[in-house]
Structures are given as structure tokens and as C-alpha cells.
Design a protein around this ligand. Structure first.
Ligand code: SF4
Ligand code: SF4
Length: 161
């Protein structure tokens, strides 16, 4: 979508598939009509501001090594006000279960537990909360719902905004 000072998207175009783009009314998990997968954006100089401003965590941070490049991992990472969001390419909904990804995700979940940070995996419309020792499939989370990290026994509470 954009280029970084340190890294470049290169042939990766995965965010143009997994992210929703409000300005284009583009839903998440379907290719943007302007994307030439593996090649880039057909309207690059005129792309919406939200595309121009977007940088996934791999692009923005050298803490994630080359294995995490989205075109290779099939995972696009972003931060939210609650923590880390891991979006799977809908064609590879179990990509996050492979190593080294699953191990890193669990390590972040352990760190998140100490720092009140949430790690969620988004695979298609399903949202999975990852904790150090287990995962909670929260199903489809509506736009007016938010996840709270209050675990009641084997349940996680979903709350309306
Ligand atoms: S997912 Fe990241 S690396 Fe891939 S095109 Fe988007 S911003 Fe670039
Ligand atoms: S407008 Fe361009 S940069 Fe934005 S999602 Fe579509 S293809 Fe990607």
C-alpha cells in the first residue's frame, strides 16, 4: 500500500485484500478493484489517504523478521488501542497456526497478559482471542461490539460499545 523508510512492500499487496477501505466502500477480505495482486496499485498516485497512511507492522517495524513479511506469512499485523491484531489471508485462515507464527503470537499474548494488551486473530469473519494457554473463538463480532479481556471461567465477555 505504501512504502517505508526501511522496508518496502515489494511484491506484497496483501493489505489490499484483507483490510477494509472506507473511502472505496471496500469490504475486508476481498481484493480491492484497483489492486494488481503481486504488482501493486493501479491508482497509486491517487489512492485514498487511508491507503497512503497505512503501514502494516512488518513494514513499520524491524522487530518482525523476513518470515513475517505478509506475502510470505499470509498474515497482516496491525495495532489497535487494545493491542495487536493478526489478520489472515482468507485463502489461508490457518496461517497463524504455523510456526514460527503461532509461537510468536502466544509469546505476545503472554506479554499482553502482563501489560493489559489483547492479541486477536481475525480469520475471515471470525475473531479469536489468544491467551498464553488457550484460544477463545469469539465467532462473528459485530461492529458495535468490543472485546473486553475479562475471562469468566471458560468464557470471554463481549460488550456492546
Ligand atoms: S501488507 Fe504490509 S508489506 Fe504488504 S503491501 Fe501492505 S503495507 Fe506493504
Ligand atoms: S486503492 Fe490501491 S492501495 Fe488502496 S486498497 Fe486499493 S489497490 Fe490497495
Amino acid at each position: 500500500m505504501t512504502s517505508s523508510v526501511k522496508r518496502a512492500c515489494g511484491h506484497c499487496t496483501l493489505c489490499c485484500k484483507v483490510m477494509a477501505i472506507e473511502a472505496l466502500a471496500k469490504p475486508a477480505n476481498s481484493w480491492c478493484r484497483n489492486c494488481r495482486p503481486g504488482r501493486g496499485c493501479a491508482i497509486y498516485t491517487e489512492r485514498p489517504g487511508e491507503c497512503e497512511d497505512f503501514a502494516c507492522l512488518w513494514l513499520a517495524s524491524d522487530l518482525l523478521d523476513e518470515r513475517w513479511k505478509p506475502s510470505r506469512s499470509k498474515l497482516v499485523l496491525t495495532t489497535s488501542e487494545d493491542g495487536i491484531e493478526v489478520r489472515c489471508d482468507p485463502g489461508s485462515p490457518n496461517a497463524w497456526r504455523r510456526e514460527p507464527y503461532a509461537g510468536d503470537i502466544r509469546a505476545w499474548a503472554a506479554e499482553g497478559e502482563r501489560n493489559d494488551m489483547t492479541v486477536v486473530v481475525i480469520a475471515g469473519q471470525r475473531l479469536i482471542l489468544v491467551t498464553p494457554d488457550r484460544e477463545f473463538d469469539l465467532g462473528i463480532v459485530g461492529p458495535d461490539e468490543r472485546i473486553v479481556r475479562e475471562i469468566e471461567g471458560a468464557k470471554v465477555v463481549k460488550e456492546d460499545d
